[in-house]
Each structure stands twice: as structure tokens, then as C-alpha cells.
Design a protein around this ligand. Structure first.
Ligand SMILES: Cc1cc2nc3c(=O)[nH]c(=O)nc-3n(C[C@H](O)[C@H](O)[C@H](O)COP(=O)(O)OP(=O)(O)OC[C@H]3O[C@@H](n4cnc5c(N)ncnc54)[C@H](O)[C@@H]3O)c2cc1C
Length: 596
């Protein structure tokens, strides 16, 4: 049974990020700790009461394909109706569109509860929000008028349609064709022809319409990424008065049988088997990839969040199991009497790693969401620019680290269960199966690391990273409270210094031979995650040790112990990553692929 970690979410939002994290943002003048807590307690209620109960059954049953369409697993339609009735699709959308316009910070925290409770379900609104966001920024007034209102209410869902069999990480290879049509003069009409694969929630029975955001190449457009445009392609055509018309020429040809997220239909989509699927150009021709990145940036943050949200779930289940499973002897029980496994030092280690890792990932992800809020809404342009630079830098780290580490922690959850964890009935295996995809979709870890090095570090020669590290060093060098806090801070500070050295070295390697730097890009990304997580855990330790409120005592003691475990068990990984980054490039770059 899932229990939303409301205390930790509230701690991150209301304490870790400062007392009034959005005070510089006039658009979020109404945001307060009370508002955040009340939204989160409602989202937790929905996650625990509606999404959690259909998670295991959804995994077992999966989605069903037929020529008529895709039928979702039992309970999903009803859950989606409740999602709409609760106003959840509007949470993040701006007020002008009928949304509630809550900050990314709060929307992300709410999303965590849904992702932990039912990752397969959560993907559907996540993609819809991404489509709304892209349309809001790039589409014409007419397209917005026709499509956005029903997407904002959740009556229609949205998708992200990029991948083709020959075009995965490399979208320059997209072949789907768009032929100008010129019928409806209010919008740029095209007919689309092509096949897309792996489209999440590409077809389903939750809503009467699905709005696909499709990347395709207008006939005669340049080769490569500069010839790709973005199209809005509805499943059912929408008339000028907003009423639904005929079915468009697109269909779901099949759905994939896959390792996890069984209740989320992963669709092969066929566009234009007859006259061509009617699609409307979004924004300007040949700028599709640039527009899609608007969606991808928030989606990448949301996928990083999924990595630790599933780890949280795995942690909860493993802890419950370890408290009740009696096996072997340890100091917790009288001599000769078997005791719960949670008291074995190694089981404690595994659970502490899961808890500390998850809390660090939550802190870093919500910190990044906050930077996006500041970048969008801060009154001071200089503060906006600084926050944008940090968010740009942190998003690939959040996506790559939180998903890879989430997979590791979900696997550890199985280990805590022993053989029982490997058996499907327990449910522990589902977390590992579900979370595995998070390190692949929205750009694999390798692609995130390339982005971190090739774009985020290279474009300013590491200036944004160095400025963040300086900010952290100043913070961690300030006097701490008790000895325990000082120890955590000292470990975190040493790790930050190591990251600075590794960054300088990597920039030098990259300047001389980019291939060599790319060979250690993923270890560098992982180092960034581990170290930045350590910084925020050290900050948490300092804050809780200064808080003497009796009501917070239990939480504060647990947080201090978790920060200590992070510093002792996880932060030392930074040393190994540093060695790989500084000395390991040649062992890969110099190796002949033929010898592998
Ligand atoms: C369940 C599921 C849901 C999905 N949902 C969607 C969706 O809704 N919409 C959508 O459009 N797509 C979706 N995808 C597709 C997903 O985004 C791609 O699978 C992913 O981007 C990787 O592409 P690929 O599978 O072609 O792998 P490839 O690109 O072939 O990559 C294979 C390996 O090579 C590595 N690699 C490739 N290029 C480089 C490089 N330049 N540098 C270093 N390493 C590299 C990769 O990291 C990976 O390890 C989904 C996929 C799955 C499985």
C-alpha cells in the first residue's frame, strides 16, 4: 500500500528551498506553504485512494489492442474520470487557459505521488501537459482556440510522436512526410504519411479525442534536423465550431508487449494509409525539433522524477517487508530467537541507501523545478537568466541520474525481499520492471550525458557549472551546528571540490578531443548527481539540526540519520566517478570497437 511521503515533500518545498521560495515571482504571489501542503494532501489522497488500487491489476492485465482501438485495463477509465473531476489536469496550465497555474515546483511534487502510485497512468497526463505547453508557446491563435481548452480540462489527451523505426536517438533520420494541402485557410493544412513507433498512450479509450504532436518532414525540406516540422494531428477532426467531425486517417496498428508499465499502451501509429492524415503546422516550418525541445525539457524533468518516485515506492514496500520478515539472529531479539531482518546490518544498509538516495533525488529534482519557476516568473531579469542557466544544466543530470539510480534502488528493493522479491505476486518486481524504461525514453542516459557535455558545459565553457559549484562551496563552508552535521558538510564539500576538478579536467579533455570526453560523459553525469544530491542532503542536515520544535523531532532525527547514511554510503561514489572522469577516457576512446 502506497503512503505519500507528505512530510518529506513538505520539508523540501517549505524548508529546504527557503521560507518563501517564490517571493520574487509576482505571478505566484498566492503561493504559500499552506497552499502547497493542502494541494499535496489532496494529490496524495487521489494517488493512494484511486491510482494505487489499480496499479497491480493494471500491471497484470495490461492494455488490449483490437482493430477498433485500445481498451485500457479495468478501472483506468473511472480513475481518469475522477482525475478530470478533481481538476488535476488544470493544475499546471496557465490561468488564461482556464488552468490553476500552480508553480512547477508544486505540480512536480504532486506528480511524484501519482508516479509512485501508478506510473503507467501518470504518463498520460504528463504527455498531455507537454503538448499543452508546446502549443501554448508555439501554435497560432486559431489552433490554440480549437484545441487547448479541451486539453486543459483533460477531455482530450495529448501525445508526443517522434520515434520511427530508423529514428530513435537520432531524430535527423525522421521520414514521415507532410504534403501541403491548403484547404482550411485559417490553419496551415498538410497530409501526413508515415509510421511511428513506441508512442505512449497513442491510442486508448479514456477520452473521445487524442491530439498527437507529430514530427514530420515537409516535402522538399532540407535533410537532417533543420528540415523537421511539428504538426498537430487530431485522432478525430475538430470543426471550426469546436464540434468533433470525422475520424482522421491514422490508426494504432498494434501495441508493444514490454517489460513494464503494462497498463500504458505503447503504440505503433500509422499515419496516412489512405488520403493522408490531416495535420496542422505548429509555428514555423522546419523548426519542429526546436519546438519539441520545449516539451522535452519539462518532460525530461518529469521522467527524472519518475525514477525516484518508483524508488520511493520500492523503498516503502521493502521496509514494510523487512519489519515483518523474521530470519536469522541479531541484536534486536533475545539470544537464540530469530528477529526481523531490518535489524541485520546489511539489510539496514540497503534500506538506508534506498531512503537516502530517494530523498536526495527528490531534493535535486524539486530544486530544479524551482529553478524553472524562477526562470519563468521572477521579476528580476538577471535572476531569471541565472535560474534558466541552472535549470538547463540540471535537467540532463536529473533525468540521467535519478532514472539510473532509481533502477538500482528498485533492484535493491528486490534484494531486501530475498527470493520473495523475485516472485511476481509480491509486487516488488513490478517497480524494477516499471522504472527500467525511465532511463531510456525521453533520451537515453547516454543522450543526456552528451547534452550535458556537448551543449550545457561546452556552450559557456563550464561557467554555469562553476558558478553553481561556487555557490555550493560558499554555503557548505559556512559554520554548521553539531558534530554530525559538520561531518556531513565536510564530506559534501570534499565531493564538490572533486567535481570542480573533474569538470576542469573534462573541459580540457573535450577541447583537445571531444570523443575522449564523451567516453566518460555518463560517469561525469552520475558524479554530478551524487555530489549535488550530497549538497542538498547536507543542507537538510543543517536545517533539521537547527529546528528544536517538538512536533518535528522524529522527522528531524530521521533526516539527520538519512543524511549521515548518504554521506557515508553514497557520497564516496563520487571519488570513483572522479577517477573514471579524470583517468578513464583513454580506456574507452582508445579501444578498437572490433575487439569488443
Ligand atoms: C515504453 C516506451 C515508450 C516510449 N514512448 C515514446 C513516445 O511517447 N514518443 C516517442 O516519440 N518515443 C517514445 N519512445 C521511444 C524512446 O524515446 C526511444 O526508444 C529512445 O529515445 C531511444 O531510441 P532507440 O530505442 O531508437 O535507441 P537507439 O537510439 O538505437 O539507441 C541504442 C543505444 O545507443 C545509444 N546511442 C544512440 N545514439 C547515441 C549517441 N549519439 N551517443 C551515445 N550513445 C548513443 C543509446 O544511448 C542506447 O544505449 C518510447 C519507448 C519505449 C520503449
Amino acid at each position: 500500500m502506497y503512503r505519500a511521503p507528505l512530510k518529506d515533500l513538505s520539508f523540501v518545498l517549505n524548508v529546504l528551498l527557503g521560507p518563501q521560495p517564490l517571493s520574487g515571482c509576482p505571478a505566484h504571489a498566492e503561493y504559500s506553504a499552506d497552499l502547497a501542503d493542502s494541494v499535496l494532501s489532496e494529490s496524495a489522497r487521489f494517488a493512494e485512494g484511486v491510482l494505487d488500487p489499480i496499479n497491480h491489476s493494471g500491471d497484470q492485465e495490461g492494455a488490449h489492442w483490437s482493430e477498433e482501438g485500445v481498451r485500457t485495463a479495468r478501472g483506468f477509465r473511472e480513475a481518469y474520470q475522477q482525475f478530470i473531476a478533481g481538476g488535476w489536469p488544470q493544475l499546471r496550465a496557465p490561468a488564461e487557459l482556464g488552468g490553476q497555474g500552480v508553480p512547477m515546483l508544486l505540480a512536480s511534487a504532486a506528480q511524484e505521488t501519482w508516479a509512485s502510485a501508478n506510473l503507467a497512468f501518470k504518463l498520460c497526463p504528463m504527455l498531455t501537459y507537454g503538448a499543452i505547453h508546446a502549443l501554448e508557446i508555439t501554435a497560432s491563435a486559431e489552433l490554440k482556440r480549437r484545441y487547448l481548452p479541451k486539453m486543459v480540462t483533460g477531455e482530450w489527451t495529448g501525445t508526443m510522436v517522434l520515434t520511427e523505426p530508423q529514428a530513435g536517438s537520432d531524430l535527423a533520420l525522421i521520414r514521415t512526410r507532410a504534403v501541403p494541402q491548403g484547404g482550411d485557410l485559417a490553419v496551415d493544412e498538410f497530409r501526413l504519411f508515415g509510421q511511428k513507433i513506441f508512442i505512449t498512450w497513442g491510442e486508448h479509450d479514456l477520452t473521445e479525442n487524442i491530439i498527437h504532436m507529430v514530427l514530420a518532414r515537409i516535402e522538399g525540406a532540407p535533410e537532417g534536423v533543420r528540415g523537421i516540422s511539428l504538426f498537430l494531428v487530431p485522432k478525430v477532426l475538430v470543426q471550426e465550431n469546436g464540434e468533433l467531425g470525422e475520424r482522421n486517417d491514422l490508426r494504432c496498428a498494434s501495441i508493444e508487449h514490454k517489460l513494464g508499465i503494462h497498463a500504458s499502451p505503447t503504440c505503433v501509429m500509422s499515419f496516412g494509409e489512405h488520403e493522408g492524415a490531416l495535420g496542422y503546422l505548429v509555428g514555423e516550418a522546419n523548426r519542429g525539433l526546436e519546438y519539441m525541445f520545449i516539451m522535452m525539457n519539462t518532460a525530461r524533468l518529469a521522467v527524472g522524477l519518475q525514477g525516484y518516485a518508483v524508488a520511493e515506492r520500492a523503498f516503502q514496500q521493502a521496509t514494510d517487508y523487512a519489519r515483518t520478515r523474521v530470519q536469522g539472529r541479531n541484536s534486536a531479539a533475545p539470544k537464540g530467537v530469530p528477529a526481523p531482518i531490518i535489524h541485520h546490518p546489511d539489510v539496514k544498509r540497503m534500506l538506508l541507501e534506498m531512503k537516502a538516495g530517494t530523498e536526495a533525488m527528490r531534493a535535486l529534482t524539486l530544486y530544479t523545478a524551482w529553478q524553472l519557476d524562477l526562470a519563468e516568473a521572477h521579476a528580476d531579469p538577471a535572476a531569471r537568466a541565472l535560474a534558466q542557466a541552472q535549470a538547463d544544466l540540471l535537467i540532463p543530470i536529473v533525468k540521467g541520474w535519478c532514472t539510473e539510480f532509481g533502477v538500482e534502488l528498485a533492484s535493491l528493493g528486490i534484494q531486501v525481499h530475498g527470493g520473495t522479491g523475485y516472485i511476481e505476486e509480491t509486487g516488488a518486481a513490478q517497480w524494477l520492471r516499471d522504472v527500467r524504461i525511465t532511463a531510456i525514453y525521453e533520451g537515453t542516459t547516454g543522450i543526456q550525458a552528451n547534452d550535458l557535455l556537448g551543449r550545457k558545459l561546452a556552450r559557456d565553457q563550464g561557467a554555469a557549472m562553476m558558478s553553481l559549484l561556487t555557490q555550493i562551496e560558499t554555503e557548505l563552508s559556512a559554520a554548521a551546528g553539531s558534530g554530525a552535521v559538520q561531518a556531513v558538510q565536510a564530506e559534501a564539500l570534499a565531493a564538490v571540490k572533486g567535481l570542480r576538478e573533474a569538470t576542469v579536467k573534462l573541459l580540457a579533455i573535450g577541447a583537445a578531443a571531444p570523443e575522449r570526453a564523451l567516453a566518460v560523459a555518463v560517469p561525469y553525469l552520475m558524479m554530478c548527481g551524487v555530489v549535488l544530491g550530497g549538497w542538498l542532503m547536507a543542507r537538510a542536515a543543517k536545517l533539521v539540526s537547527a529546528d528544536a520544535a517538538p512536533a518535528h523531532q522524529e522527522f528531524n532525527a530521521a533526516k539527520l540519520a538519512t543524511a549521515h547514511a548518504y554521506a557515508g554510503q553514497l557520497l564516496p561514489r563520487a571519488l570513483a566517478y572522479r577517477q573514471i572522469v579524470v583517468y578513464g577516457a583513454d580506456s574507452v576512446a582508445g579501444a578498437d570497437a572490433a575487439l569488443i
